[in-house]
Ligand binder design. Structure first.
Ligand SMILES: C[S@@+](CC[C@H](N)C(=O)[O-])C[C@H]1O[C@@H](n2cnc3c(N)ncnc32)[C@H](O)[C@@H]1O
Length: 229
């Protein structure tokens, strides 16, 4: 079930709820990739949808970047409102105060239901990850997640729009996500790859799936991948 916060504050929302041309991915060698993806520049172009937000800290960090208009941002979490952790609640409240929109219960693989026909310049999924490790149709479930997300995103991209995904950069993740295959299956061009440094986004704590721990400290290399049609 999807809830959209419409009140002036998160308290209102709770009351509402309870009252009722870079190298292609196959050739990726992070050591040779030096360009960072400029999230601020991208967000300054206009509307951005952020999905799978976990503790909603990346959207908050984005909203605070210089020149970004928070009201252009729609931050979403997969979890329903009642299942959000305290940090996610606090961050959602801060985002709402800045003028951004927040929506919970948004499945990134099925965006039309919660998002309707809205289209965005940029759709972002930071560190997608499913809890299950069981293969789906013989594929890694994270590859399936990303492929379905990309397919679902197509109907919500404006002309010239971009889907952006960041992941840990290591062979294990590369093998799990198979981003180039996912792009092909979903009808996107071969993706562009950039570096990602979480430290550039001070409010961002990169929440692990299913808990409130940060996974950033466990890894040293991260990549941002851009998909266009
Ligand atoms: C490793 S966490 C990253 C959270 C957040 N994006 C960040 O960078 O801190 C993976 C996130 O993917 C979300 N997720 C898993 N399946 C999803 C789906 N089908 N739609 C949207 N989000 C999903 C989980 O709820 C979780 O918050």
């Amino acid at each position: 079930m999807t809830h959209e916060f419409r009140g002036a504050s998160l308290h209102d929302a709770v009351q509402q709820a309870v009252g009722r041309n870079a190298p292609i991915f196959e050739q990726k060698k992070l050591n040779n990739v030096t360009q960072k993806f400029d999230f601020a520049a991208r967000a300054r172009l206009g509307s951005a949808l952020i999905v799978g937000e976990g503790d909603i800290s990346f959207a908050l960090a984005l909203a605070r970047l210089k020149g970004v208009t928070p009201s252009c941002l729609l931050a979403t979490a997969y979890e329903n409102e009642v299942d959000l952790g305290n940090t996610a609640y606090d961050n959602a409240a801060k985002l709402l105060k800045l003028g951004a929109q927040v929506k919970t219960g948004v499945d990134a693989t099925c965006l039309s239901k919660p998002i309707g026909q809205r289209r965005f310049r940029t759709i972002i999924f930071q560190f997608p990850n499913v809890t299950s490790r069981e293969a789906l149709y013989g594929q890694n479930p994270n590859h399936v997640l990303v492929t379905r997300f990309l397919k679902s995103s197509r109907a919500h991209l404006k002309s010239g729009g971009l889907v952006v995904i960041s992941t840990v950069d290591n062979p294990f993740c590369e093998g799990a996500f198979k981003m180039d295959d996912a792009a092909k299956k979903a009808g996107f061009e071969a993706p562009d790859i950039y570096t990602f440094n979480p430290k550039d986004y001070p409010a961002y704590s990169h929440q692990n799936t299913a808990d409130e721990e940060s996974a950033i400290n466990e890894h040293t290399a991260f990549a941002t991948i851009g998909f266009s049609t």
